[in-house]
Every structure is written in structure tokens, then in C-alpha cells.
Design a protein. Structure first.
Length: 244
């Protein structure tokens, strides 16, 4: 915006110079000076146009790429949550996570209420006395792969960043946080904005890395989960879809 205002002021000043040249400069110098000044006006006009157009195009491309990356981060999160549900912890790397999806199964259970004779109370009071219990029935198993991805095999390449710098991969790590003497499993998967937008305007990319906004992706990376707190949500705003 600052450049736009400066460029506009220079254009207006240059137009004023053209009029002054036309009025005060000898006729033999006017053609050359007028051409030079109009060329300057054209250049500044082009730069002013770019100062408006480039950010619009940058944001359009950024939003498109972020949406694609977020879909991959959601796949990683869903896979990690399944891993924790079955094994009690998160996978350390993508190789282990993919192997898990290929082979693991959920156990299907059904919870139902029932009652049985309370032997101790029956003996004590001499009459049949019952107590309530919960019975967990095992109904069978279902493939983790079928549950999460059905017929798709995209999980086999979920370590690859789908847009941006060619050959880039998501960073992922897992471990435990200790709270109240309890070790809680955590994980984090991320990719830097510099990777996603590697071929975009560098000045606009620097600004994007410094974003602090409720409507933007704060910080220099798109990520899901955290190694510093117990959370499995993403750091993108709701405008990009559910982040939990």
C-alpha cells in the first residue's frame, strides 16, 4: 500500500512535469523529454498495477495450495489417531505408520448393561440380591485401511507434500509429554510455508511467514498436532475446514 501511494504521487508529479515541459521548455527539446516522461509514467503505472495484482494472485495461489496440504495433514492425523487407539502411542515415522495401516484392525465391541446375583449380599441378607454390571461383547474386527481410506491408496504417499517444492516431504515426530506423572502420547506433522510457496513472490512470502491473524495460518509452517502440548488439531483457521 505504501508503494502504491508513492507510485501514484510520482505519476501525478510526472504528469505535472509533462505540462511544465510543454509550457516552458524550448520546442526542440520537448519531444525527447515528453517521450522520457511518458515512459516513466507507463513504468510507474505498471508497477502500481502489480502492487495490487500480485498480492491478489499470491493469496489466491496460497489458499489453493494450503487447502491441498491441509487435506494431507488430515490424513496423517487420522492415521496417527488410529495408531494411538490400537497401540496406545503415535507412530515414530511414516514407514511404521503406513505398515500399520496396511495390517492393523480395529476391534468392534458392544457395551450392554446387565445384572448378576451379588453373592456376598445374598449370603448376608438371606435373599437373592443383584448388582448391575457392564458387559463388553467383542463383535469382530475391521481393517484400519478400509475404515480410513476405503479403496484409496493415497496413504502410501502421505509423507509427500502434494504441492510446492518438488520432492518435499512432511516433517513428523512423536513422543510423550508427562503430566501429573502420566506419560501422554503426542505427535506433530508439519511443512514450512517456504516449501509450499517456494516459487512465489519472496517479499509476500516473508509477510506470510509473519502472519498473526484469526483468519490466517499463524507462524512459518502449516502443521497438525504438537510436541509441546496435548493437542491433535491443526493450526489453520476454520475457513480452510475443520481443524480438529
Amino acid at each position: 500500500m505504501t508503494f502504491f501511494l508513492i507510485a501514484l504521487a510520482v505519476i501525478l508529479a510526472t504528469i505535472g512535469l509533462v505540462k511544465l515541459v510543454d509550457k516552458f521548455i524550448p520546442s526542440k527539446f520537448k519531444p525527447v523529454l515528453n517521450i522520457a516522461l511518458w515512459l516513466l509514467i507507463g513504468y510507474l503505472g505498471y508497477q502500481t498495477y502489480n502492487s495490487i495484482y500480485e498480492p491478489l494472485q499470491f493469496n489466491k495461489e496460497k489458499n489453493k495450495r494450503y487447502a491441498t496440504v491441509i487435506n494431507s495433514l488430515k490424513d496423517i492425523r487420522d492415521s496417527q489417531l488410529a495408531h494411538r487407539q490400537v497401540t496406545g502411542k503415535f507412530a515414530e515415522n511414516f514407514d511404521n505408520l503406513i505398515k500399520f495401516i496396511d495390517t492393523a484392525e480395529y476391534t468392534l465391541t458392544q457395551r450392554r448393561d446387565s445384572s448378576i446375583i451379588d453373592v456376598e449380599l445374598t449370603r448376608r441378607y438371606g435373599v437373592d440380591t443383584t448388582k448391575d454390571i457392564v458387559i463388553i461383547d467383542t463383535l469382530g474386527t475391521v481393517s484400519v485401511k478400509d475404515s480410513l481410506f476405503k479403496t484409496s491408496s493415497r496413504y502410501k504417499t502421505m509423507m509427500n507434500v502434494p504441492v510446492g517444492e518438488p520432492g518435499a516431504k512432511f516433517e513428523m515426530k512423536s513422543g510423550f509429554l508427562e503430566q501429573n506423572n502420566i506419560k501422554i502420547p503426542v505427535f506433530e506433522a508439519l511443512v514450512k510455508k517456504n516449501v509450499i510457496l517456494y516459487d512465489q513472490n519472496k517479499d509476500l512470502l516473508i509477510q506470510e511467514n509473519q502472519v498473526i491473524s484469526v483468519d490466517g495460518v499463524n507462524g512459518p509452517a502449516l502443521k497438525v498436532g504438537s510436541m509441546d502440548e496435548v493437542k491433535t488439531g491443526g493450526n489453520w483457521p476454520k475457513t480452510y475446514g475443520d481443524n480438529e
